[in-house]
Ligand binder design. Structure first.
Ligand SMILES: [Zn+2]
Length: 573
């Protein structure tokens, strides 16, 4: 405790600090000064930092304080923009989806727009029992270019006008790492898989950087209400070599004093050369436009350059995840667009080359790998880059999703120091899909307990907009391995892989900070940023169960840098 510090704020109540390696680390009081925790402990000790100017925050009975969440994998810019687009999540048939598209089209026509682009997301071939087709969109919205991401953003359903605008016809070859879905007669069917979604994408209009900046500001408020103080954004789905549609949007907001959320902004594969030429490296921040303004200083400090993002494979829903053994036969007789074992989107050699090139510039790498084949190749690639080179980087190497890990590979995460960045909420929607695609191998999916037991560092995220940005159902899912949405009588998915509540909370709070080699963030100990939430005590006290208080948690209050970002109407503290 520094005797010169003075508390701006004193929090008194039941406070879970998540200090140390295990448990919840309960304390009674927390002193905050200049946005950081000065001391945590008994009120009698922490109280010596109180002066006449100190504000008191007395947490009412029935509530607890915990560190705020960092989402380690969220396409935040994309989530912010798609919040205003066509939403096909939850549709059970293509007809239902087409009715939604038809309504959006008619509304545009009434507004005088007959041929502008329509965008959307959320269709799921596994739920519909078939893949959609371009002609169906033409029937409900003649002549309009329409592009609709699948639920997992690994395939895009295009109308004939959208295919034509992108220059895709029967003569278009499959690009490396991508597949153009085709009819029996070789015509494009209207579904593009993986990197084929990038063909002619220059013709697809993009939001301006002003619109993106406004979307970030609006969406940051929604996340604060969910208890989220920070995000790691691996980048948007649409390629953009300029950094204009991503990293620079955040950096400008931060410098201007308008970033009300911590952001680690990713560098996409095709942006690496631009980023290196600009001298960017992982962990780099930005200077405030007005250094004399304390708010501007806090805002600037919330921005960091994050990780290079590479794609190792596709997804299980699209059957494009790269597998060690073939997929189970599809009951619908559907062909596998990337072959019976899926397909790697990057060779091991190219992964090594890119990870090394990034490391030379001080940029750490995250690699998307969902199937056990892609996970193994990705671990091989990290292992081939020298340990010293990875250890010298400001941030740790990481694998995104790691949905299915072969049991022989689980221990390699801990040994190699590779972060396991998982989204346990995906178990909720993917359990059925995984059973169909992987059969009995599904018992090794989301191997949370095995990763922890072998020294692997877990960092949780939601992958929004693929899943909703609400972090709490995923935290609960890591404990229960079972969702209320599954209905009664459906057993948990491999209960041996469940982890305890305090471990699940850590994976959602301190885990992402530790991925960035920061041992203070995501906890409430001396030196931590004062990012915290006030929750109903039942969230922590009630035994965790599907549909219980943890899965349904909503903060009453969220603080970022010790300042109020969200307060539920009527909450009095
Ligand atoms: Zn993602």
């Amino acid at each position: 405790m520094t005797y010169l510090s003075r508390a701006d704020l004193l929090v008194v109540g039941r406070i879970a600090t998540l200090a140390g390696e295990a448990g919840l680390g309960w304390v009674e009081a927390l002193a905050v000064g200049e946005g950081r925790v000065l001391a945590a402990g008994p009120l009698a000790e922490v109280g010596v930092l109180v002066t006449r100017g100190t504000r008191w925050l007395r947490i009412p009975d029935g509530h607890v304080v915990a560190p705020a969440v960092t989402d380690a994998h969220i396409h935040f810019l994309e989530a912010a923009v798609t919040a205003d687009e066509i939403d096909l999540e939850g549709t059970t048939t293509m007809e239902e989806a087409l009715a939604i598209v038809a309504r959006a089209h008619e509304a545009r026509v009434r507004a005088g727009d007959r041929a502008g682009w329509l965008f959307g997301h959320g269709w799921l071939a596994d739920r519909w029992g078939r893949l959609p087709a371009a002609g169906a969109l033409e029937a409900v919205a003649p002549g309009r270019p329409i592009a609709l991401w699948a639920h997992d953003h690994h395939a895009r359903w295009m109308s004939p006008a959208a295919l034509a605008a992108c220059g895709i016809d029967a003569g278009t070859p499959d690009p490396p790492g991508g597949m153009v879905g085709r009819d029996a007669d070789g015509q494009p069917s209207g579904v593009l898989f993986e990197h084929a979604t990038r063909i002619g994408v220059e013709a697809v209009p993009r939001p301006t950087s002003e619109r993106l900046a406004e979307a970030v500001v609006r969406h940051a408020d929604r996340l604060a209400a969910l208890g989220i103080a920070g995000v790691h954004d691996p980048g948007a789905t649409a390629p953009d070599p300029t950094l204009e549609g991503g990293l620079l949007v955040y950096r400008r907001l931060a410098a201007a004093g308008r970033l009300l959320l911590r952001v680690h902004a990713g560098v996409r594969d095709e942006q690496l050369e631009t980023a290196v030429a600009a001298g960017l490296h992982s962990g780099e921040g930005v200077a405030p436009a007005d250094p004399g303004d304390p708010q501007a200083r806090l805002s600037a400090a919330r921005f960091r350059v994050g990780w290079l993002k590479l794609f190792g494979d596709g997804s299980v829903g699209s059957r494009t995840a790269a597998m060690l053994e073939p997929y189970a036969a599809d009951p619908g007789g559907r062909a596998f667009p990337a072959g019976p074992r899926g397909r790697l989107l990057e060779s091991r050699e190219r992964m090594i080359e890119r990870v090394t090139a990034a490391a030379e510039a001080g940029i750490a790498t995250m690699i998307h790998a969902i199937g056990d084949g892609a996970v193994r190749t990705t671990l091989d690639a990290f292992a081939a880059v020298t340990a010293e080179r990875l250890a010298d980087l400001p941030y740790r190497p990481r694998i995104e999703h790691a949905q299915l890990i072969h049991p022989d590979d689980v221990g390699r995460f801990g040994r190699l120091g590779v972060v396991a960045s998982l989204q346990p909420v995906q178990l909720r929607s993917d359990e059925t899909i995984m059973r169909r695609a992987w059969g009995d191998r599904t018992r090794h999916a989301f191997a949370l307990a095995s990763l922890e037991a072998t020294g692997g560092l877990l960092a949780f995220g939601t992958d929004a907009p693929v899943e909703p940005a609400d972090p709490w159902p995923g935290i609960a899912m890591a404990v229960t391995r079972q969702a209320a949405e599954w209905g009664d009588g459906v057993p948990p998915s491999t209960p041996e892989e469940s982890i305890t509540l305090d471990r699940a909370l850590r994976a959602a709070t301190s885990g992402p900070w530790r991925a960035a080699r920061d041992e203070l963030g995501g906890r409430l100990v001396a030196g931590s940023p004062a990012d915290l939430v006030v929750l109903d005590a039942a969230v922590i006290d009630e035994p965790v169960r599907p549909g219980g208080a943890l899965a349904l948690a909503r903060p009453r209050l969220t603080l970022l840098d010790g300042e109020e970002r969200y307060r539920e109407a009527g909450f009095d503290a």
